[in-house]
Ligand binder design. Structure first.
Ligand code: HEC
Length: 157
């Protein structure tokens, strides 16, 4: 009886080991880069949510809050993000929605990133200047996010 219990313990430990190995299949450096870029995108999303809510008049316009959100987005666009996109971190890796097309069209991806820098700067100038100014800059900003997603992010459906 004791031997059987010991054998089962050994088996379950071995089983656990196999599971751990399967999870380790994603290179830790790749997993970390994916986490970083997805977190960066989430920061965009959180801040653009504030601006979009005001633009659609779902939440009251507040110049300080709008300015803070716009400045956060603009600041984020100035970070060097080159290490977020290692080769091998495309949709072949679980959890990644980064289409392989990114690595085949790096010039275009960079140009779309530049478009976002410009649109975020325009929003930073406009957001604190009244609801009309914020609304005027919203299409450009949202469009810059969407243009890249359309070509380079796996869609949810
Ligand atoms: C130059 C291309 C590009 C631009 C510009 C861009 N994104 Fe993304 N975004 C991506 C890619 C590629 C992914 C998929 C990343 C992944 O799955 O690892 C993504 C993923 C996301 C996600 C999902 C993150 C997660 O947790 O998986 C959100 C939210 C997002 N983007 C929001 C935004 C917002 C808001 C903007 C504009 C302020 C923006 N993105 C601008 C390319 C871009």
């Amino acid at each position: 009886m004791k031997r059987l219990a010991t054998a089962l313990t050994v088996l379950s430990v071995a089983g656990f080991g196999t599971t751990a190995l399967a999870q380790d299949d994603v290179d830790p450096a790749i997993a970390a880069a994916m986490k970083a870029r997805q977190a960066h995108m989430q920061l965009y999303a959180h801040n653009i949510g504030v601006l979009g809510g005001m633009a659609r008049e779902r939440i009251p316009y507040d110049a300080d809050a709008a300015q803070a959100a716009a400045s956060n987005i603009a600041a984020l666009t100035t970070l060097n993000q080159s290490t977020y996109w290692p080769e091998g971190s495309d949709t072949s890796v679980e959890g990644s929605k980064a289409l392989p097309a990114i690595w085949e069209n790096l010039d275009d991806v960079m140009s779309k990133s530049e478009d976002l820098v410009m649109a975020a700067a325009a929003m930073e100038d406009a957001a604190g200047q009244g609801l009309g100014a914020l609304q005027g800059a919203m299409g450009g900003l949202g469009g810059a996010c969407g243009a890249c997603h359309e070509d380079y992010r796996l869609s949810d459906d």
